[in-house]
Design a protein around this ligand. Structure first.
Ligand SMILES: Cc1ncc(COP(=O)(O)O)c(C=O)c1O
Length: 357
């Protein structure tokens, strides 16, 4: 079996999760009669301290339901320049909601009030109304970084004072909570809607939820139907999500410890650049010296040694992601594979790399 560090989306359902799926009691969720989906939605709303939640197929879908809920055609949203909603969801804000995205440079995918305060525009026919601020916690392409409670509260307050709604992309929200030690309900009390994913660190085969006020979630249900995400016997997958919330949240700290161990091993290697201070959760971004080829070529060399790590967001940059199916021994194997590649001479390696075009 290869060491799978491409993403936490590669996790396989555990035997216990498969059992929960097999035992799921189902109904027709489109008419609100799937007891397992209803239980999951109630459980999520309670855990996040919000009025309501709606189950969705994917993180993309729940994020875009959030955008549709808060905005009207012709509005714009503000987002950090690496934000998933604006960069990696197929242009969906424009396609599904008629909303444009204005990118703001932050740090590690995180925004501060200083970053956004110059972005305000007066009400004027030339401008799209800025209706929504989208945040991400933990960040993905920003580097697996997390907000402090204070920075998060401050930027949400700034947005609300300027008549914007706030949507949090919480695909890895429980990772952020595990890293920072804050209570999930306390953090999300500052936002209007939040999406969470069951299919990443929580290890489910699919699923997400959008959480917020009863009014917003009622509107989001209409978006879910429009986007083709209203399902029938969805209890089959909701059962996996319930199992994950009960069994897979506390263990996220293990993924973070493995990510740190991996990063520490990489930091010992001359041709690799990794910033240990910025490794906060289950994502490790690192750069390989150009003498060893591009990130894509390096990724091929690793694959030959049974280690899957993808290039990410830059010619020399790669991202490793730890999760439920990655053990401490696995990250040691992966770090050793990198050491092994770097122990060949540059000439040998460059020749090998050349064969991959
Ligand atoms: C931060 C973030 N938001 C949203 C998503 C979208 O999730 P999905 O792939 O389930 O649509 C991802 C996927 O990796 C993500 O990393």
């Amino acid at each position: 079996m290869p060491v799978e560090l491409r993403s936490d989306t590669f996790t396989q359902p555990t035997p216990a999760m498969r059992q929960a799926i097999a035992n799921a009691v189902c109904g027709d969720d489109m008419v609100g009669e799937d007891p397992t989906v209803n239980r999951l939605e109630q459980m999520v709303a309670e855990r996040l301290g919000k009025e309501a939640a709606v189950f969705a197929c994917s993180g993309t879908q729940s994020n875009q339901m959030g955008v549709w809920t808060h905005c009207r055609t012709g509005d714009e949203l503000l987002i950090e320049s690496t934000g998933h909603i604006a960069n990696y969801e197929g242009g969906a804000p424009a396609v599904l909601s008629g909303v444009s995205c204005r990118y703001v440079q932050g740090d590690g995918g995180l925004l501060s009030v200083d970053d956004v305060k110059g972005q305000l525009r007066p009400p004027n026919q030339h401008f799209s109304p800025t209706r929504l601020l989208c945040l991400e916690n933990s960040t993905n392409l920003g580097g697996g970084r997390t907000y402090s409670l204070q920075q998060f509260a401050d930027i949400c307050q700034w947005a609300h004072e300027h008549d914007m709604k706030v949507h949090l992309d919480g695909a890895r929200l429980f990772n952020a909570c595990a890293a920072q030690g804050y209570d999930v309900a306390e953090l999300v009390s500052h936002v209007d809607t939040v999406s969470i994913c069951f299919s990443k660190g929580l290890g489910c085969p699919m699923g997400s939820a959008l959480v917020g006020t009863a009014e917003d979630i009622a509107r989001a249900r209409r978006a879910r139907k429009l986007f083709g995400g209203a399902l029938r016997q969805a209890g089959i997958v909701a059962a996996a999500a319930i199992h994950a919330l009960e069994h897979h949240v506390e263990r996220l700290v293990d993924d973070h410890a493995n990510a740190r161990l991996f990063a520490e091993r990489l930091a010992e290697l001359d041709s690799i650049r990794v910033d240990l201070e910025r490794v906060e959760t289950n994502l490790v971004f690192f750069e390989v010296d150009a003498a060893w080829g591009t990130a894509a070529q390096f990724s091929h060399l690793l694959k030959e040694r049974g280690v899957h790590i993808n290039p990410a967001g830059g010619p020399q940059r790669l991202r490793a992601c730890t999760h439920l199916d990655v053990s401490e021994a696995d990250v040691i194997v992966a770090a050793e594979a990198i050491r092994d590649i770097l122990s060949t001479t540059v000439t040998e390696s460059a020749t090998a790399i050349g064969t991959y075009g």
